[in-house]
Design a protein around this ligand. Structure first.
Ligand code: MG
Length: 348
Protein backbone atom coordinates (compact mmCIF):
# COMPACT_ATOMS: atom_id res chain seq x y z
CA UNK A 1 0.00 0.00 0.00
CA UNK A 2 2.81 2.35 0.95
CA UNK A 3 4.31 1.92 -2.50
CA UNK A 4 1.02 2.86 -4.14
CA UNK A 5 0.78 6.05 -2.13
CA UNK A 6 4.35 6.91 -3.08
CA UNK A 7 3.65 6.19 -6.76
CA UNK A 8 0.53 8.30 -6.61
CA UNK A 9 2.38 11.19 -5.02
CA UNK A 10 5.20 10.98 -7.57
CA UNK A 11 2.73 10.94 -10.46
CA UNK A 12 0.96 13.96 -8.97
CA UNK A 13 4.21 15.91 -8.62
CA UNK A 14 5.25 15.05 -12.18
CA UNK A 15 1.93 16.15 -13.59
CA UNK A 16 1.81 19.44 -11.69
CA UNK A 17 5.32 20.88 -11.89
CA UNK A 18 4.06 24.47 -11.61
CA UNK A 19 2.25 23.83 -8.36
CA UNK A 20 5.30 24.22 -6.14
CA UNK A 21 7.33 26.64 -8.22
CA UNK A 22 7.63 30.33 -7.40
CA UNK A 23 4.93 32.54 -8.92
CA UNK A 24 6.18 34.79 -11.71
CA UNK A 25 7.08 38.39 -10.91
CA UNK A 26 7.78 41.38 -13.17
CA UNK A 27 11.53 40.82 -12.76
CA UNK A 28 11.36 37.05 -13.30
CA UNK A 29 9.44 37.77 -16.52
CA UNK A 30 11.48 40.67 -17.87
CA UNK A 31 14.88 40.40 -16.17
CA UNK A 32 17.69 42.76 -17.12
CA UNK A 33 16.36 45.79 -18.99
CA UNK A 34 18.18 47.40 -21.90
CA UNK A 35 17.71 50.48 -24.06
CA UNK A 36 17.53 50.35 -27.86
CA UNK A 37 17.01 53.80 -29.36
CA UNK A 38 13.72 55.09 -27.92
CA UNK A 39 12.59 51.78 -26.39
CA UNK A 40 13.21 49.94 -23.16
CA UNK A 41 13.48 46.23 -23.92
CA UNK A 42 13.43 43.29 -21.58
CA UNK A 43 15.86 40.37 -21.47
CA UNK A 44 14.02 38.73 -24.38
CA UNK A 45 14.24 41.86 -26.53
CA UNK A 46 10.55 42.79 -26.14
CA UNK A 47 9.45 46.40 -25.50
CA UNK A 48 8.58 46.72 -21.83
CA UNK A 49 6.39 49.18 -19.99
CA UNK A 50 6.57 49.38 -16.20
CA UNK A 51 3.84 51.01 -14.13
CA UNK A 52 3.78 51.95 -10.50
CA UNK A 53 4.09 54.47 -7.72
CA UNK A 54 6.64 56.98 -6.53
CA UNK A 55 7.05 57.47 -2.82
CA UNK A 56 6.97 61.06 -1.51
CA UNK A 57 10.13 62.94 -0.38
CA UNK A 58 11.74 60.53 2.11
CA UNK A 59 12.28 63.16 4.80
CA UNK A 60 8.60 64.07 4.96
CA UNK A 61 6.84 60.75 4.51
CA UNK A 62 9.14 58.38 6.36
CA UNK A 63 6.20 56.46 7.78
CA UNK A 64 5.40 54.91 4.39
CA UNK A 65 8.98 53.82 3.70
CA UNK A 66 8.46 50.27 4.93
CA UNK A 67 8.22 46.77 3.34
CA UNK A 68 4.52 46.36 4.14
CA UNK A 69 3.64 49.29 1.90
CA UNK A 70 5.65 47.69 -0.93
CA UNK A 71 3.80 44.40 -0.29
CA UNK A 72 0.43 46.15 -0.47
CA UNK A 73 1.34 48.04 -3.64
CA UNK A 74 2.36 44.75 -5.25
CA UNK A 75 -0.55 42.64 -4.00
CA UNK A 76 -3.42 45.12 -4.21
CA UNK A 77 -2.29 47.82 -6.66
CA UNK A 78 -0.40 45.47 -9.01
CA UNK A 79 2.61 47.74 -9.45
CA UNK A 80 5.63 46.48 -11.37
CA UNK A 81 7.84 49.34 -10.17
CA UNK A 82 8.19 51.77 -7.26
CA UNK A 83 10.40 54.81 -6.86
CA UNK A 84 12.15 55.71 -3.61
CA UNK A 85 12.51 59.51 -3.68
CA UNK A 86 15.38 60.38 -1.40
CA UNK A 87 15.12 64.00 -0.33
CA UNK A 88 18.65 65.36 -0.70
CA UNK A 89 18.79 68.87 0.73
CA UNK A 90 16.06 71.21 1.82
CA UNK A 91 17.61 74.23 3.50
CA UNK A 92 14.41 75.80 4.86
CA UNK A 93 13.66 72.73 6.94
CA UNK A 94 17.31 71.63 7.32
CA UNK A 95 16.34 68.20 6.09
CA UNK A 96 17.40 65.59 3.57
CA UNK A 97 20.33 63.24 3.02
CA UNK A 98 23.00 65.96 3.13
CA UNK A 99 21.82 66.94 6.62
CA UNK A 100 20.79 63.46 7.69
CA UNK A 101 22.58 60.43 6.19
CA UNK A 102 19.93 58.07 7.54
CA UNK A 103 17.67 59.05 4.64
CA UNK A 104 19.65 56.42 2.69
CA UNK A 105 18.32 53.72 5.00
CA UNK A 106 14.78 54.61 4.01
CA UNK A 107 15.70 54.12 0.39
CA UNK A 108 17.48 50.79 0.92
CA UNK A 109 14.49 49.53 2.91
CA UNK A 110 12.32 50.07 -0.17
CA UNK A 111 14.94 48.65 -2.54
CA UNK A 112 15.37 45.48 -0.44
CA UNK A 113 11.59 45.01 -0.18
CA UNK A 114 11.22 45.48 -3.96
CA UNK A 115 13.93 42.93 -4.73
CA UNK A 116 12.21 40.49 -2.38
CA UNK A 117 8.92 40.94 -4.22
CA UNK A 118 10.44 40.81 -7.71
CA UNK A 119 9.53 44.30 -8.87
CA UNK A 120 11.67 47.07 -10.33
CA UNK A 121 12.73 49.99 -8.14
CA UNK A 122 14.14 53.43 -8.84
CA UNK A 123 16.74 54.93 -6.53
CA UNK A 124 15.95 58.60 -7.00
CA UNK A 125 18.31 61.44 -6.02
CA UNK A 126 15.40 63.76 -5.34
CA UNK A 127 17.02 67.13 -5.74
CA UNK A 128 16.50 70.27 -7.83
CA UNK A 129 20.15 71.38 -7.48
CA UNK A 130 22.12 68.13 -7.72
CA UNK A 131 25.01 69.91 -9.48
CA UNK A 132 25.73 71.63 -6.15
CA UNK A 133 26.07 68.27 -4.40
CA UNK A 134 27.95 66.25 -6.98
CA UNK A 135 30.56 64.93 -4.55
CA UNK A 136 27.89 63.49 -2.28
CA UNK A 137 25.84 62.20 -5.16
CA UNK A 138 28.79 60.34 -6.72
CA UNK A 139 29.62 58.76 -3.37
CA UNK A 140 26.00 57.76 -2.81
CA UNK A 141 25.56 56.13 -6.24
CA UNK A 142 28.92 54.39 -5.90
CA UNK A 143 27.59 52.71 -2.77
CA UNK A 144 24.25 51.91 -4.39
CA UNK A 145 25.91 50.41 -7.48
CA UNK A 146 28.21 48.29 -5.34
CA UNK A 147 25.29 47.05 -3.27
CA UNK A 148 22.67 46.62 -6.00
CA UNK A 149 24.41 46.60 -9.39
CA UNK A 150 23.97 42.84 -9.77
CA UNK A 151 20.20 43.02 -9.29
CA UNK A 152 18.20 43.59 -12.49
CA UNK A 153 15.51 45.23 -10.31
CA UNK A 154 17.41 48.45 -9.73
CA UNK A 155 17.28 51.65 -11.79
CA UNK A 156 19.30 54.74 -10.88
CA UNK A 157 17.75 58.22 -11.21
CA UNK A 158 20.61 60.64 -10.75
CA UNK A 159 18.86 64.01 -10.80
CA UNK A 160 15.13 64.30 -10.23
CA UNK A 161 14.26 67.70 -11.68
CA UNK A 162 16.89 70.22 -12.69
CA UNK A 163 15.43 73.73 -12.57
CA UNK A 164 16.02 76.56 -15.02
CA UNK A 165 19.65 75.75 -15.87
CA UNK A 166 21.59 74.94 -19.02
CA UNK A 167 21.67 71.36 -20.31
CA UNK A 168 24.97 71.75 -22.14
CA UNK A 169 26.83 73.60 -19.38
CA UNK A 170 25.31 72.26 -16.16
CA UNK A 171 23.08 69.20 -16.34
CA UNK A 172 24.89 67.24 -19.04
CA UNK A 173 28.34 67.53 -17.41
CA UNK A 174 26.77 66.42 -14.11
CA UNK A 175 25.09 63.45 -15.84
CA UNK A 176 28.33 62.45 -17.58
CA UNK A 177 30.19 62.38 -14.27
CA UNK A 178 27.49 60.27 -12.63
CA UNK A 179 27.18 57.86 -15.56
CA UNK A 180 30.96 57.36 -15.49
CA UNK A 181 30.86 56.71 -11.73
CA UNK A 182 28.04 54.18 -11.91
CA UNK A 183 29.28 52.43 -15.05
CA UNK A 184 32.68 51.82 -13.42
CA UNK A 185 30.83 49.47 -11.08
CA UNK A 186 27.61 48.46 -12.78
CA UNK A 187 27.87 48.10 -16.56
CA UNK A 188 24.24 47.64 -17.41
CA UNK A 189 21.40 48.79 -15.12
CA UNK A 190 19.28 51.63 -16.48
CA UNK A 191 20.21 55.20 -15.54
CA UNK A 192 17.52 57.90 -15.71
CA UNK A 193 18.79 61.38 -16.55
CA UNK A 194 16.84 64.53 -15.72
CA UNK A 195 16.48 67.47 -18.05
CA UNK A 196 16.16 71.23 -17.41
CA UNK A 197 12.81 72.78 -16.45
CA UNK A 198 11.65 70.06 -14.13
CA UNK A 199 12.48 67.24 -16.55
CA UNK A 200 10.54 68.67 -19.47
CA UNK A 201 13.23 69.86 -21.96
CA UNK A 202 13.56 66.40 -23.48
CA UNK A 203 13.39 67.73 -27.05
CA UNK A 204 16.48 69.91 -26.68
CA UNK A 205 18.30 67.21 -24.71
CA UNK A 206 17.74 64.86 -27.66
CA UNK A 207 19.93 67.21 -29.76
CA UNK A 208 22.91 66.48 -27.57
CA UNK A 209 22.41 63.34 -25.49
CA UNK A 210 24.86 61.75 -23.07
CA UNK A 211 26.96 58.96 -24.62
CA UNK A 212 26.65 55.54 -23.06
CA UNK A 213 24.54 52.43 -22.80
CA UNK A 214 21.13 51.93 -21.20
CA UNK A 215 20.52 55.62 -20.60
CA UNK A 216 16.98 57.03 -20.47
CA UNK A 217 15.65 60.53 -19.90
CA UNK A 218 12.95 61.47 -17.43
CA UNK A 219 9.81 63.17 -18.68
CA UNK A 220 7.71 64.63 -15.89
CA UNK A 221 4.20 66.01 -16.27
CA UNK A 222 1.31 67.20 -14.14
CA UNK A 223 -1.85 66.67 -16.14
CA UNK A 224 -3.76 69.81 -15.14
CA UNK A 225 -0.73 71.96 -16.10
CA UNK A 226 0.97 70.08 -18.95
CA UNK A 227 -0.89 68.77 -21.96
CA UNK A 228 -0.56 68.52 -25.74
CA UNK A 229 2.40 70.94 -25.95
CA UNK A 230 4.57 68.80 -23.71
CA UNK A 231 3.49 65.64 -25.51
CA UNK A 232 4.61 67.27 -28.76
CA UNK A 233 8.04 67.91 -27.27
CA UNK A 234 8.20 64.34 -26.01
CA UNK A 235 7.31 63.13 -29.49
CA UNK A 236 10.21 65.16 -30.93
CA UNK A 237 12.60 63.51 -28.46
CA UNK A 238 11.28 60.04 -29.25
CA UNK A 239 11.56 60.69 -32.99
CA UNK A 240 15.17 61.72 -32.46
CA UNK A 241 15.79 58.33 -30.87
CA UNK A 242 16.20 58.90 -27.14
CA UNK A 243 14.31 56.78 -24.61
CA UNK A 244 11.97 58.52 -22.16
CA UNK A 245 10.84 57.38 -18.74
CA UNK A 246 7.98 59.06 -16.86
CA UNK A 247 9.55 58.57 -13.45
CA UNK A 248 7.07 61.04 -11.96
CA UNK A 249 3.69 62.41 -12.97
CA UNK A 250 0.68 63.87 -11.21
CA UNK A 251 -3.01 63.92 -12.05
CA UNK A 252 -3.29 67.54 -10.89
CA UNK A 253 -1.49 70.90 -11.14
CA UNK A 254 2.30 71.06 -11.07
CA UNK A 255 2.03 72.34 -7.49
CA UNK A 256 0.86 68.86 -6.51
CA UNK A 257 -2.52 70.31 -5.66
CA UNK A 258 -5.50 71.86 -7.45
CA UNK A 259 -8.08 70.05 -9.49
CA UNK A 260 -7.68 66.51 -10.61
CA UNK A 261 -7.71 66.49 -14.40
CA UNK A 262 -8.81 62.99 -15.27
CA UNK A 263 -9.44 63.88 -18.92
CA UNK A 264 -5.90 65.13 -19.56
CA UNK A 265 -4.53 62.26 -17.47
CA UNK A 266 -6.29 59.88 -19.84
CA UNK A 267 -4.67 61.60 -22.84
CA UNK A 268 -1.33 61.01 -21.18
CA UNK A 269 -2.09 57.33 -20.54
CA UNK A 270 -2.91 56.94 -24.25
CA UNK A 271 0.38 58.64 -25.18
CA UNK A 272 2.43 56.57 -22.73
CA UNK A 273 0.85 53.33 -23.94
CA UNK A 274 1.45 54.25 -27.58
CA UNK A 275 5.16 54.75 -26.93
CA UNK A 276 5.65 52.09 -24.24
CA UNK A 277 6.66 54.71 -21.70
CA UNK A 278 7.09 53.41 -18.18
CA UNK A 279 5.61 55.50 -15.38
CA UNK A 280 5.45 56.16 -11.65
CA UNK A 281 2.64 58.23 -10.22
CA UNK A 282 3.42 60.90 -7.60
CA UNK A 283 2.90 59.93 -4.80
CA UNK A 284 2.59 57.54 -1.87
CA UNK A 285 1.74 60.05 0.81
CA UNK A 286 -1.10 61.37 2.91
CA UNK A 287 -0.30 65.07 2.63
CA UNK A 288 -3.49 67.06 2.21
CA UNK A 289 -3.09 67.75 -1.51
CA UNK A 290 -4.55 66.30 -4.70
CA UNK A 291 -1.46 64.36 -5.80
CA UNK A 292 -1.37 62.20 -2.66
CA UNK A 293 -2.94 58.78 -3.15
CA UNK A 294 -3.93 58.73 0.52
CA UNK A 295 -6.09 60.89 2.73
CA UNK A 296 -4.50 62.40 5.85
CA UNK A 297 -4.05 59.82 8.60
CA UNK A 298 -4.02 56.76 6.32
CA UNK A 299 -2.38 53.73 7.88
CA UNK A 300 1.42 53.53 7.55
CA UNK A 301 1.51 49.85 6.61
CA UNK A 302 -0.77 49.65 3.58
CA UNK A 303 -3.98 47.57 3.64
CA UNK A 304 -5.78 50.78 2.76
CA UNK A 305 -9.55 50.69 2.44
CA UNK A 306 -11.30 52.85 -0.19
CA UNK A 307 -12.08 55.33 2.59
CA UNK A 308 -8.37 55.97 3.03
CA UNK A 309 -7.76 56.70 -0.66
CA UNK A 310 -7.92 60.14 -2.25
CA UNK A 311 -9.64 60.65 -5.60
CA UNK A 312 -6.25 60.45 -7.29
CA UNK A 313 -5.47 57.27 -5.34
CA UNK A 314 -8.72 55.69 -6.49
CA UNK A 315 -8.04 56.62 -10.09
CA UNK A 316 -4.45 55.32 -10.16
CA UNK A 317 -5.30 52.11 -8.30
CA UNK A 318 -8.16 51.51 -10.74
CA UNK A 319 -5.84 52.03 -13.72
CA UNK A 320 -3.05 49.82 -12.38
CA UNK A 321 -5.49 46.99 -11.66
CA UNK A 322 -7.10 47.40 -15.06
CA UNK A 323 -3.72 47.15 -16.78
CA UNK A 324 -3.15 43.97 -14.77
CA UNK A 325 -6.36 42.55 -16.22
CA UNK A 326 -8.51 43.00 -13.13
CA UNK A 327 -11.93 44.09 -14.30
CA UNK A 328 -14.04 45.79 -11.71
CA UNK A 329 -16.84 48.29 -11.43
CA UNK A 330 -15.80 51.74 -12.58
CA UNK A 331 -14.90 54.10 -9.79
CA UNK A 332 -17.21 56.86 -8.73
CA UNK A 333 -16.54 59.85 -6.54
CA UNK A 334 -17.98 60.71 -3.22
CA UNK A 335 -20.75 63.05 -4.28
CA UNK A 336 -21.15 64.40 -0.76
CA UNK A 337 -17.83 66.21 -1.07
CA UNK A 338 -18.02 68.21 -4.28
CA UNK A 339 -14.60 69.81 -3.92
CA UNK A 340 -13.48 72.15 -6.65
CA UNK A 341 -10.48 69.96 -7.36
CA UNK A 342 -12.79 67.15 -8.43
CA UNK A 343 -14.92 69.08 -10.89
CA UNK A 344 -13.41 67.47 -13.98
CA UNK A 345 -13.17 64.02 -12.53
CA UNK A 346 -15.19 61.44 -14.42
CA UNK A 347 -15.07 57.68 -14.23
CA UNK A 348 -12.80 56.39 -16.97
MG1 MG B 1 23.97 45.42 -13.31
Amino acid sequence: MALNYRTLLLTFLLLCPGLFSEPSTPVSLHGQLQVRESLILDQHGNPTQLRGMSFFWSQWMEKFYNPRVVDWLVDDWNVSIVRAAMGVKHDETISGYIYNGSEAKRVTTIVDASIKRGIYVIIDWHDHYAFNNIKESKKFFQKMAQRYGRYPNVIYEIFNEPVDVSWNDVVKPYAEELVKTIRAIDPDNLIIIGSPHWSQDVDSVAENPVQGTNLVYSLHFYAATHGADLRKRAQVAIDKGIALFVSEFGTCLSTGDGFLDSIETEHWFTFMDKHNLSWCNWSVGDKNETASILLPGARYYGKWTPRELSASGKLIRYKLRKYAGIVEKEITLDKKKPEKRLLRFKPL
